[in-house]
Design a binder for this molecule. Structure first.
Ligand SMILES: Nc1nc2c(ncn2[C@@H]2O[C@H](COP(=O)(O)OP(=O)(O)OP(=O)(O)O)[C@@H](O)[C@H]2O)c(=O)[nH]1
Ligand SMILES: [Mg+2]
Length: 356
């Protein structure tokens, strides 16, 4: 899963990225000059994995992870950005979801703080990008029509694109439109930005943190929201004394680490769940979407497992904690063999039987 950090200029994207890694990434300024994007895989902490590791004592324990990409301000079309804007947009298209960072701190220029306006600006830009794509495609379809090259499939595409164009023209994101499975398929290739799940990170300074009350509720209506104190939390991760860091966090009323808060909200917004594979070599968590089937889960592990899929041997993590061992799970008949269309529930321990 890939998550993009976006936002207006200097809202604190890189600061938050650093708070989610282990402090400032040294290549930042150089990378910025070369327009190389900062990326990192963030482990998804999960006490179930810790418990599974205690049971199986594997050589290696691997948490699920979310890839985070720190995007520069893509509204910035100033000198040096030029074709880079197109490149940035292309990269943004490859993400599974977007997290908009909103400035809630005084900046050096003393500009007013207006997170909602910044959010609207970003949303408008995402929609504009999509609208341009839709209109270009519609123009090409029209050209096909004039040359007598229409097919029923292109006509269906045209119909749905017209709906999108109207919707976008009225300043609504594509994610608000209910699409049939067939329509989703027709549109998948466009990778529309305003179709991507969107979450919000309110980036507050220490004096504003945890004091947004009603406003934060308002923000939550626009999308799943979480509050960070980017600069403060970036300094926290640099502390080697964990107890000291905990005290600082408690002082500000932060209950979970930045990583935990981010991965939780990403899971919620993207509709993600975890399943587990276990054994003496490795205990590992994997990320899939709610509603994904056993074969889709197999594909996340390796395409060969999906290609040669025979059955998935499954049991529930909760059965293991209740009964204490896999042996007891077998005795109780709670180890099931499921086919490729089986919808995998969160917390399933799974072994894919396959043949290639
Ligand atoms: N007081 C305060 N300042 C912050 C906070 N987060 C970021 N800043 C400051 O805001 C400035 C911009 O931060 P960056 O993290 O570089 O912002 P950015 O969004 O990555 O900027 P661009 O990539 O240039 O668009 C820096 O001077 C930060 O120190 C915060 O939580 N509180
Ligand atoms: Mg930055």
């Amino acid at each position: 899963m890939k998550l993009g950090l976006i936002g207006v200029r200097s809202c604190g994207k890189t600061t938050i990225f650093n708070a989610l890694t282990n402090g400032p990434t040294p290549q930042n300024s150089q990378a910025k000059a070369r327009h190389v994007l900062n990326r990192i895989f963030i482990p998804v902490s999960d006490s179930r994995i810790d418990q599974l590791a205690r049971v199986y004592q594997p050589k290696k324990t691997t948490y699920a992870s979310i890839e985070l990409v720190d995007f520069p301000d893509f509204l910035e079309k100033g000198p040096g950005m030029g074709e880079n804007v197109a490149e940035i947009v292309l990269q943004m298209k490859t993400t599974d979801g977007l997290a908009v960072v909103l400035r809630n701190f005084d900046n050096e220029l003393g500009e007013p703080i207006h997170p909602l306006k910044d959010l609207e600006k970003i949303e408008a830009e995402l929609q504009l990008n999509d609208l341009i794509m839709v209109e270009n495609r519609l123009a090409r379809i029209e050209w096909s029509r004039q040359r007598g090259k229409m097919t029923s499939e292109i006509e269906r595409e045209e119909n749905i694109l017209r709906i999108l164009a109207e919707h976008l023209g009225n300043s609504h994101p594509i994610r608000e439109i209910k699409l049939s499975v067939e329509e989703q398929k027709l549109l998948r290739g466009f990778q529309f930005l305003s179709q991507k799940p969107l979450m919000i990170i309110l980036n507050s300074d220490e004096t504003r943190f945890n004091k947004s009350g009603h406003f934060f509720e308002q923000l939550n209506l626009k999308g799943n929201s979480v509050e960070f104190s980017g600069k403060f939390e970036m300094e926290l991760v640099a502390l080697t004394d964990i107890e000291e860091a905990r005290l600082f966090m408690a002082d500000l009323g932060i209950e979970m680490s930045a990583r935990e808060r981010l991965t939780q909200i990403a899971y919620k917004t993207l509709g993600l769940i975890s399943f587990f594979t276990v054994g003496p070599d490795e205990v590992r968590a994997w990320t899939i979407h709610q509603g994904d089937t056993a074969i889709e889960a197999a594909r996340v592990i390796h395409s060969d497992l999906a290609r040669g899929f025979i059955r998935a041997a499954c049991f529930a993590y909760s059965d293991l904690t209740n009964l204490g061992s896999e042996k007891k799970i077998r005795e109780k008949g709670l180890l099931r063999l499921e086919g490729k269309d089986y919808i995998v529930p969160d917390g399933t321990v799974m072994e894919i039987k396959f043949n290639v």
